[in-house]
Design a protein around this ligand. Structure first.
Ligand code: SF4
Ligand code: SF4
Length: 180
């Protein structure tokens, strides 16, 4: 069975001191050209701060969404109530400004600093001197069934959007052009 690499950034909020080096270096690493600017609004990591308890919690930008959740979440931790959706990882959600490029509005998703040649560890982990962020990799068996599920979900959404006939026509056209 095929293997897939799972990359994990472990976040130990107890160790985070709020230096925001992770935000700054993530933004600089992803600037174009690389390291040409440092704008934390372009970082794919955001450090939430509770000023009363002086608690910092890093959150990595996750999957892209174009629609808001039907329900908002609100966390209460140690009696402190955080803003709605404060810890959500979704990028480009219409209800929030987080994880959107400040100029283009495009979603900013953590890409684990994938580059060629690959880094030993992501930039935010490298610059976190107190090990609030640590990195692990592991291999897992890739589930064929999972891929099929994803394919089914994708096809269903195309059928919902364009109708079965249009999707079938397009598939037939692609099949003919691939064979040709
Ligand atoms: S670099 Fe580490 S300590 Fe500094 S804000 Fe980021 S996670 Fe926290
Ligand atoms: S892993 Fe890379 S892209 Fe993701 S938050 Fe850290 S520095 Fe940014």
């Amino acid at each position: 069975m095929a293997k897939k690499k799972v990359k994990v950034i472990k976040i130990n909020a107890d160790e985070c001191n709020g230096c925001r080096a992770c935000e700054a270096f993530c933004a600089a690493f992803h600037a174009d050209p690389q390291y040409s600017s440092v704008n934390p609004a372009r970082a794919r990591i955001r450090v939430i701060h509770d000023p009363i308890r002086n608690v910092f919690l890093p959150v990595l930008a996750g999957p892209h969404t174009e629609v808001e959740c039907m329900a908002r979440d609100k966390y209460i931790i140690d009696g402190k109530e955080y803003n709605e959706c404060a810890f959500c990882r979704a990028t480009a959600c219409p209800s929030r400004e987080e994880f959107k490029d400040p100029d283009s509005g495009l979603p900013l998703k953590c890409d684990a600093c994938e580059t060629e040649p690959p880094l030993e560890e992501p930039i935010c982990v490298k610059v976190c001197l107190v090990d609030a962020l640590t990195y692990e990799e592991r291999e897992e068996e890739a589930e064929e069934a999972e891929k099929l599920d994803e394919l089914e979900v994708g096809l269903e959404s195309l059928v919902d959007k364009y109708g079965m006939d249009k999707v079938m026509d397009t598939l037939a056209r692609i099949t003919i052009s691939k064979k040709g």
